[in-house]
Design a protein around this ligand. Structure first.
Ligand code: GLV
Ligand code: MN
Ligand code: MN
Length: 414
């Protein structure tokens, strides 16, 4: 089948989407259920309707946009990604898989293709952990990997529950209805930017993801005693920030101790209370991200951080509350879809390589309920989660072409 991606339209739509942000360009900040997120969703829903897709929204706000197949009773093939963006992000993380997924469907439709299985584009809610502390919220719930009780237990920084936030955004119903059974989909393929430098360094156009590293998040609340920065003498202090500083160093030490480049750990959030120059910090909230392609080694690092935190806090007379928000196993891609992607690269003359994803994606959870694989396209200088994140229109079109060709095959299968 002769497939021709409309790269100009895709670029226009991605640029338009990038303007829907809580911060002025080039910064993209789109926190789940914020005004920017809802505006961006409405923009995407309209594009999907314009393409003739049927829309369904589940109780957590995942959207399923369906191109009905000639045998709609068969489990559909799915693609998609997320449009939420962390604070101070760029324009391509997640969005390429959503707008690109839509363009893959439109490419197939323009070529006169009639899918046997339906093809669904999924816009996942909150792949980013910014608001509720846990990544892949929508896909986690789809995979049945979170209990419905998180509706009341997940809180944002303002103390709003997930239930309150989603219902204000117009998504109601019980979270128990979000889970989909294994076999609900026949396959899932996600297009995403690499977010690392390897494709560019190797001069390759496509990354075929064979596995996704195992992410984990710790939240640590440290409570000491505040007071006047001039009046409280040093020996009497129980400064929560100084404990946090030591914990941050222990995080780095724990990751380095594995002596593997595959272990990474980041203290990405450290909020000091009350945050006044002339006040001894009385409490600190930290969030720590730990990842490894080896789940057991990652768990050992988590343990070492927890042990170090207890020791530091005992010594400094600080109360520590440590919560493990998530510790997910790594995911393996479906060998059959990986093979299909490799064959597609050869057929379309695309230079591809197999690689591991060090970032997590909704595919981490989709792989629990359906055969899954991912297509990566190059990130300039490997930069991501920054406003200067960039992937060329040509690279994105290459990814969309391979995605369309792969969906074509998957949707034709018996
Ligand atoms: C996803 O955004 C990740 O942090 O890997
Ligand atoms: Mn991201
Ligand atoms: Mn992403």
């Amino acid at each position: 089948m002769r497939l021709s991606v409309d790269g100009a339209r895709l670029t226009r739509e991605l640029s338009q989407l990038a303007t829907i942000s809580a911060e002025p360009p080039p910064v993209v900040t789109r926190v789940v259920f914020s005004e920017a997120d809802m505006h961006a969703r409405r923009y995407l829903w309209q594009l999907c309707e314009d393409a003739g897709l049927e829309l369904r929204h589940d109780p957590v706000g995942n959207t399923f946009a369906r191109w009905r197949g000639t045998q709609p009773e068969l489990p559909p093939v799915a693609t998609g990604s997320h449009i939420d963006a962390i604070p101070n992000a760029g324009s391509y993380d997640g969005t390429v898989g959503v707008v690109g997924g839509l363009e893959a469907i439109r490419t197939l439709a323009r070529a006169g293709y009639q899918p046997r299985r339906s093809i669904e584009l999924i816009l996942f809610t909150a792949e980013e952990p910014t608001r509720f502390g846990i990544g892949c919220l929508g896909s986690r719930l789809i995979a049945g990997s979170l209990p419905a009780s998180v509706d009341e237990t997940l809180l944002d920084a303002d103390g709003q529950t997930l239930r309150q936030a989603r219902s204000q955004a117009g998504f109601t119903g019980t979270l128990a209805d979000v889970a989909l059974k294994p076999g609900h989909f026949s396959a899932f393929v996600e297009l995403h930017i690499e977010q690392g430098p390897l494709l560019e360094q190797h001069g390759n156009e496509i990354g075929i993801v064979t596995a996704i590293a195992a992410p984990a998040t710790l939240r640590i609340a440290l409570t000491g005693e505040g007071g006047h920065a001039g009046a409280v003498l040093m020996p009497q202090r129980r400064d929560a920030f100084l404990a946090a500083a030591e914990v941050g160093l222990a995080v780095e030490r724990s990751a380095l101790s594995t002596e593997s480049v595959d272990t990474v750990a980041t203290t990405g959030l450290c909020q000091v209370f009350p945050g006044a120059v002339n006040s001894v910090p009385s409490s600190v909230k930290m969030e720590i991200d730990v990842r490894d392609i080896d789940g057991e080694r990652r768990d050992a690092v988590l343990k070492s951080i927890q042990t170090a935190t207890s020791e530091i806090c005992a010594r400094r007379k600080i109360h520590a509350k440590i919560d493990l928000l998530n510790a997910d196993p790594p995911a393996q891609s479906s060998p059959a879809i990986v093979e299909l992607l490799a064959t597609g690269c050869v057929a379309y003359g695309l230079r591809g390589e197999k690689m591991i994803s060090r970032a997590y994606h909704d595919s981490l959870f989709m792989s629990r309920i359906t055969p899954t694989a991912m297509i990566f396209v190059p990130s300039r200088a490997g930069v991501s989660h920054r406003p200067d994140e960039y992937t060329s229109a040509e690279s994105i079109s290459n990814g969309v072409l391979l995605l369309a060709a792969t969906l074509e095959q998957l949707a034709a299968s018996a």
